[in-house]
Design a protein around this ligand. Structure first.
Ligand code: FES
Length: 271
């Protein structure tokens, strides 16, 4: 069920995940699915699309990383402060019934919807490999939560302070060689997700990625989040799309558009 009206509620609980990211819990039955997002609204400051990072037993959560003015202001909020949200919006990750094992590959706060997805998969009796990369151990999200959930956790850091020194895409390659993995899911830096989609295709495994774009309406009306060259609006036909569709998009892993529609190239960041 979706909700286009903002609901303003007190924050039921908060949890600091890293120095710059915090999870906010709301006692509300959102009926979300892993991969969907809500538009969070802080009155007088602005609104921002944020993936749902978990939901069970009438409580859902979002995990916010303090990177811009809106997210920084949200991260200052505490238990009992009020925050608005509307949603859930967008497409979600899909796990067909015959899938027995999945691998998720996350980078940065992209791990939030993937942690939710792993818990969902494990609850359905599937095997889950949670692969995550970050610049150092202090920036890893949800490793303990995933271990507790029963996922096999594989970590990579740029400086080797936790897990292997290297990239999550290398861990994915090794996992696909060593194990029977039926489907791969990814969220995080787009250059990383492009590699994930390419590696999965090489191993003949279907993949899904979550593409993030600047959003205004969040309901497929304004065209702000349309991507070249298919013209699909990612707030409605995304954010989760198949790796195959993503690889057919001219801008996937190459550039995005800012709030004025100007093209911004991605740096060739290591993945
Ligand atoms: S944000 Fe308006 S169409 Fe997607």
């Amino acid at each position: 069920m979706r909700n286009d009206e903002f609901i303003v509620m007190p924050i039921a609980q908060t949890k600091d995940e890293t120095k710059t990211s915090r999870t906010f819990f709301f006692d509300y039955n959102l009926n979300s699915k892993p991969g969907q997002f809500v538009m969070l609204w802080l009155p007088g400051v602005g609104e921002k699309p944020i993936s749902v990072s978990g939901e069970k037993e009438g409580r859902f959560s979002v995990t916010v990383c303090a990177v811009g003015p809106v997210s920084k202001a949200i991260c200052e909020l505490k238990k009992g402060d009020k925050l608005g949200f509307r949603g859930p919006f967008g497409t979600h990750y899909s796990i067909p019934k015959d899938v027995e094992s999945i691998a998720v590959v996350g980078g940065g706060y992209g791990s939030a919807p993937l942690a939710y997805l792993c818990e969902h998969a494990i609850a359905q009796g599937k095997k889950a490999y949670f692969i995550e990369g970050a610049r150092d151990s202090a920036h890893l999200l949800f490793a303990k939560r995933m271990e507790d959930a029963g996922a096999e956790v594989l970590l990579a850091t740029d400086d080797g302070s936790e897990g292997v020194k290297g990239f999550p895409t290398d861990l994915l390659k090794d996992a696909l060689k060593a194990h029977k993995i039926d489907r791969v899911f990814s969220c995080g830096p787009e250059i990383m997700m492009k590699k994930v989609a390419e590696i999965s295709a090489h191993f003949n495994v279907s993949s899904e990625v979550s593409m993030e774009r600047y959003m205004k309406c969040g309901i497929g009306v304004c065209g702000q989040c349309a991507v070249d060259e298919l013209g699909i609006c990612l707030c409605k036909e995304g954010p989760v799309i198949s790796g195959k569709t993503a690889l057919s998009l001219k801008e996937f892993g190459n550039y995005f558009r800012d709030s004025s529609g100007k093209k911004i190239e991605y740096n060739s960041r290591r993945v």
